[in-house]
Design a protein around this ligand. Sequence first.
Ligand code: GLP
Length: 258
Amino acid sequence: MRHPSVLVERNYPAMSRRAAVWIDAAIRAQPRLVLALPTGTTPIGVYARLVELHRQTGTDWSQATTFNLDEYAGAGPDHPASYAHYMQVHLFGPLTLAPQRRHLPNGLASDAAVEAARYEMEIDATGGIDLAVLGVGANGHLGFNEPGSELLAATHLAELSEETRRRNFPPASYPAMGAQPGIDDRRLRQQFHRAYTMGVGTIMQARRILVLASGEPKRAVLREALRGPVTPCNPASLLQLHRCVTLVVDRAAWGNDE
Ligand code: GLP
């Protein structure tokens, strides 16, 4: 097993810049790059810097292909809580990425098994993922592969843990996502209790993996993932089995001691 490269930056803006420069360089080196992309709060700064680099230096995204890691079941692209909406706002819109180059699971699909298989086939048709950019959930989840006794390899519909739903739909953050004030976060937690996610097999088949982590709440799970046993109780620990992982983290997520 090869150890991951770890790039520690002093704070969130520096971490975001470093990761964006890294991804931007990967696109320049390989314009037809196939990426897996995360959502959540962590990548927002990275996406903003990527857009800046695109505008300032002309990085050409027109031949890149993107696959998002996950999408809430029941969320259409117009729903402000959907990851399709998030990606449109933070990356796809500003980059003017052509619709045929970006992919997300269809949260409104009527048959989950068919939708999951379709997504896998689309990934396969591109020749597989070159670079998977990942966030890590505070419980170690990757995409929406939650800790548990079993992890599924391929894209599937996953039941979200109570903890993940509480984190993803906290009372205060929803208006900050641009939704109408007064929307009931409790209703969102009930409504979006399942999500399509790439499986851990799909993620682990990526040729390279870039992990983003920021903030003290990620520190323990990150340590355990990298130094503890490889276990489904911490899906991020599977990263120990991948040959080409780079982490870009800030000091709060990594600690000051190294
Ligand atoms: C969500 C996403 C994950 C993401 C995680 C971490 O649950 N499905 O792909 O990595 O959140 O989110 P944050 O960056 O907000 O901590």
